[in-house]
Design a protein around this ligand. Structure first.
Ligand code: KG4
Ligand code: ZN
Length: 337
């Protein structure tokens, strides 16, 4: 089985070809970070235009890398949402056009399902497993029970965790995207000099919240002399990162308790999303998983962040079950799992 996947829901224009034996035959990603950097964040209009300009070339590059033609494909998958609507429309239209021209089925994949099923592509993990999806746009804890069968244990009530990293970074004068820079500065900082709140820690349920922490960083920065010294930047970054890691670990611990009670045969805690790159968070989750008898699994970073291999793979899983979509499918800016 051979499936082409297209991802255009955020700021990566990506195409990939994956087969039914978990092999990635092609995987190309064009990041728009440099296009958006001058604005300090993603501008939807700019993103949609960049997707439109680049998607054909990315599909052609993937086909070339895999050494196949459209006639060799079994189906064409694209992210159908959730995401920035202009970008999603570009990917969906492109996939539909190829499907129509080559007479192949079309698959509309939920972007979150792409993230959720990645561990099955990379490691062949069996259902059920617990997933922490921590990216710039999402922050959720999901029990992944089967294809199309997800139980949401927790979600953010305000900002996504990556968004909090990006905003905190901006406040201390670091560029976009902020997560990697916060991590770098935090390594040189003292995490105990400033005390920041641990949002939701100890609260019932598994939901996240980061807006209070973001506000606390803002108030803290206001009290510091400007321009911030390197020591102050490093210490705020370290305090922030520690607060996030503790908060996420607390929420994940609760989700692990629910997951292991309800699905005792589950074996894995999996992370996905760009924030999965964060070393402090990984360290905290590794300890948590081990304590609960779960195996901690972090797919390679290029498959944790937005990519089309995960969309092609979700396409494989759905196609196997006969879950194809009509060409009437309308892109969905919001699409909860
Ligand atoms: O999954 P992703 O590439 O895109 C989506 O948002 O879907 O995630 C990007 C987010 C950004 O907010 C970025 O700041 C964050 O992931 N990020 C990190 C790190 N690397 C990327 N956050 C914390 N620590 C990192 N090392
Ligand atoms: Zn994503």
């Amino acid at each position: 089985m051979l499936i082409l996947g297209i991802e255009t829901s955020c700021d990566e224009t990506a195409a990939a070809i994956v087969d039914g034996d978990r092999r990635i035959l092609a995987d190309v990603v064009l990041s728009q970070i440099d296009v958006h950097r001058p604005y300090g964040g993603i501008v939807p209009e700019v993103a949609a235009r960049a997707h439109l300009e680049n998607v054909d070339a990315m599909v052609a590059a993937a086909m070339k890398q895999a050494g196949v033609g459209f006639a060799d494909l079994d189906a064409v998958a694209a992210t159908g949402g959730p995401g920035l609507i202009g970008g999603v429309m570009v990917g969906v239209m492109t996939a539909k056009a190829i499907a129509l021209a080559a007479n192949k089925p079309f698959l509309a994949v939920n972007h979150l399902e792409g993230h959720a099923l990645t561990a099955r592509l990379t490691d062949g993990v069996d259902f059920p497993y617990l997933l922490l999806l921590a990216s710039g746009g999402h922050c959720q804890l999901l029990a992944v029970l089967g294809v199309g069968d997800y139980r949401r244990l927790g979600t953010t009530i305000d900002d996504a965790v990556g968004e909090a990293f990006d905003k905190a970074a901006k406040m201390i004068g670091l560029g976009y995207p902020g997560g990697p820079q916060i991590q770098e500065w935090a390594a040189k900082g003292n995490p105990t000099r400033f005390s920041l709140p641990r949002p939701m820690k100890g609260k019932p349920g598994c939901d996240f919240s980061f807006s209070g922490l973001k506000n606390a960083v803002r108030l803290l920065v206001e009290t510091l002399p400007k321009p911030l010294s390197d020591t102050d930047i490093a210490d705020v970054a370290a305090a922030f990162q520690t607060a996030v890691a503790e908060s996420v670990a607390d929420r994940t611990k609760r989700a692990i308790d629910i997951f292991t009670r309800q699905w005792p045969h589950g074996r894995h805690l999996v992370v996905a999303g760009g924030v999965a790159a964060n070393a402090a968070l990984r360290a905290a989750l590794t300890v948590l998983a081990a304590r609960s008898g779960l195996v901690f699994l972090a797919p390679p970073l290029n498959l944790c962040t937005d990519n089309a291999a995960m969309i092609a793979w979700a396409g494989v899983e759905r196609f196997r079950l006969g879950l194809v979509d009509s060409l009437d499918f309308a892109p969905r800016p919001r699409w909860p799992l």
